[in-house]
Ligand binder design. Structure first.
Ligand code: NDP
Length: 247
């Protein structure tokens, strides 16, 4: 298996942390961002305890254009050009639309969708020059089917699909594949924040009868960024316990 330089955004979180670990265990040179130095220290300590010493942590806010460019530059200066990019960082700011503030709208669009531009744009040119690359966006089942109280999040996550297929078209001839993974409900801090009675209602809608585990998303991402997925581009891999079975 070839070893590459990978940037995974949002590695201090549940799904991002699992992707970082999976790629690091496979021997890739992995980088991720942090905003909160305490969370970075906690991740460094956890990775060291797991024997993973090939992960670089750099500061970076993916909703900010300049900060993202600086993050990419720091990663490439330390580890070499980025071959694998996983746009994973994301947030929710839920409210029904008639009560949603502009701040709730713009923070979610900024972190989930503008971030795809902010982080991918400084990476893509050198990836095209090297004629090999893997890009994966983490979207959501709610970008496919919509969700009450999440007009901002569903809009951003659905936008990611359009971004993915356009980028896949533009870059196929340069050996770059671009795909989306759309998780259903995965047991991370994002879901732990949901009220217990709402969590129970969600689980009742999942045919496989439980929330997903971050590792179950990480394994799919690891496949999509590997040499084994060389003929998959512009696809959306739904991983949701059967909650949404559209085409
Ligand atoms: P977490 O809340 O556990 O982690 C989110 C990560 O994103 C954190 O590392 C967080 O860093 C980072 N982040 C947030 N905002 C920014 C920013 N502006 N700049 C840089 N990093 C930022 O969430 P999950 O692991 O659950 O979610 C990961 C992805 O999966 C998201 O895109 C989410 O929308 C998607 N998803 C999650 C589902 C779930 O059920 N959990 C379901 C479907 C999709 P910090 O610690 O600094 O906030």
């Amino acid at each position: 298996m070839s070893q590459h330089t990978a940037l995974v955004t949002g590695g201090t979180g549940g799904i991002g942390g699992a992707i970082v670990r999976d790629l690091a265990r496979k021997g890739h040179r992995v980088a991720t961002n942090y905003r909160d130095p305490d969370k970075a220290d906690a991740l460094r300590t956890a990775l060291a305890a797991e024997g993973l010493d090939n992960v670089l942590l750099v500061p970076g806010d993916v909703s900010d254009h300049d900060s993202s460019a600086a993050m990419v530059a720091e990663v490439e200066a330390a580890l070499g050009p980025i071959d694998i990019l996983v746009n994973n960082a994301g947030i929710t700011r839920d409210a029904t639309f008639h009560k949603m503030s502009y701040q709730q709208w713009s923070e979610v669009i900024g972190t989930n969708l503008h971030a795809c531009f902010n982080v991918t744009r400084p990476v893509i040119e050198r990836m095209r020059e090297r004629r090999w690359g893997r890009i994966v966006q983490i979207s959501s089942v709610n970008g496919q089917k919509g969700q009450y109280g999440q007009a901002n999040y569903a809009a951003a996550k659905a936008g990611i699909h359009g971004f993915t297929i356009s980028l896949a078209l533009e870059n196929a001839k340069y050996g770059i594949t671009v795909n989306t993974v759309s998780p259903g409900y995965v047991d991370t801090d994002m879901i732990k924040a949901v009220r217990e009675d709402v969590r129970e209602k969600i689980v009742a809608q999942i045919p496989l009868g439980r929330f997903g585990r971050p590792e179950e998303i990480a394994q799919a991402v690891a496949f999509l960024v590997s040499d084994d997925s060389s003929w998959i581009t512009g696809s959306n891999l739904a991983i949701n316990g059967g909650q949404y079975m559209g085409w």
